[in-house]
Design a protein around this ligand. Structure first.
Ligand code: SF4
Length: 225
């Protein structure tokens, strides 16, 4: 297996997926926040079919806060877990209205305090809506980085911190998109396309997708403060 630094791997992915981006449709931070909540256990494509009618009916935090919960449930039903998601979205509308003047806050701490919003959702919003660096560890990111041998952790928060340690902050947002694109288009959970993979010669999981027993990426030393 040839050796490559994590930055070299990210560069290859950047060349492979020059249009990598968030695949949820949105026009503002609130729409992205709601779409990301709906994307739990659901494909982005299905969320994108659901959100146009939702955003037309509820254009701002006040509208979500005042929504009739039964009507809201019906609109988000196609995304699954619709009762929980509707309750979270209405709760987000109420919290934004009461605590943030109807605006989506720009810090991780404030975002994760909103109903139904975890670190993953918060980092999507920070990175994609506001350009504030963060790393979102979803199922694709976790799988790909374990296969690349950058971590053996399965806890998403642990993986998030290990990736933050491996990469400089300015890479975080696009690294995220590159890894998700690669997981969706090549490094599938079942039957990854290892023979067609641009990372094959550097990947310790080639040719089966079976991750190595121990991570092989050297941890970057944090700069002393
Ligand atoms: S070689 Fe296979 S396991 Fe490794 S990144 Fe490519 S598709 Fe994934």
């Amino acid at each position: 297996m040839a050796q490559a630094t994590p930055e070299m791997i990210d560069d290859i992915l950047a060349q492979t997926y020059p249009d990598a981006h968030c695949e949820l449709d949105f026009t503002n931070a609130l729409e992205l926040l709601v779409a990301t909540v709906l994307s739990a256990q659901c494909t982005d494509a299905r969320v994108n079919l659901t959100t146009p009618a939702l955003f037309a009916k509820y254009p701002d935090a006040r509208a979500f806060a005042q929504a009739d919960i039964t009507e809201l449930e019906e609109l988000v039903r196609p995304t699954g877990f619709f009762r929980n998601k509707a309750a979270a979205i209405k709760g987000i509308g109420m919290a934004l209205l009461e605590e943030h003047d109807g605006e989506v806050p720009r810090t991780l701490a404030e975002l994760v305090a909103l109903p139904g919003v975890g670190r993953k959702t918060a980092n999507v919003v920070l990175g994609t809506a506001f350009g504030i660096p963060g790393i979102t560890v979803d199922t694709h990111v976790g799988r790909v980085v374990r296969r690349l041998g950058w971590t053996s952790a399965t806890d998403p928060v642990k993986v998030e911190f290990e990736l933050m340690d491996l990469f400089d902050e300015e890479r975080w947002i696009m690294l995220n998109h590159h890894l998700i694109f690669h997981g969706r288009r090549c490094c599938f959970a079942r039957k990854p396309l290892c023979e067609q993979c641009p990372l094959a010669r550097y990947c310790p999981s080639y040719p089966t997708g079976e991750p190595p027993a121990a991570p092989n990426a050297r941890r970057r030393k944090r700069a002393a403060h």
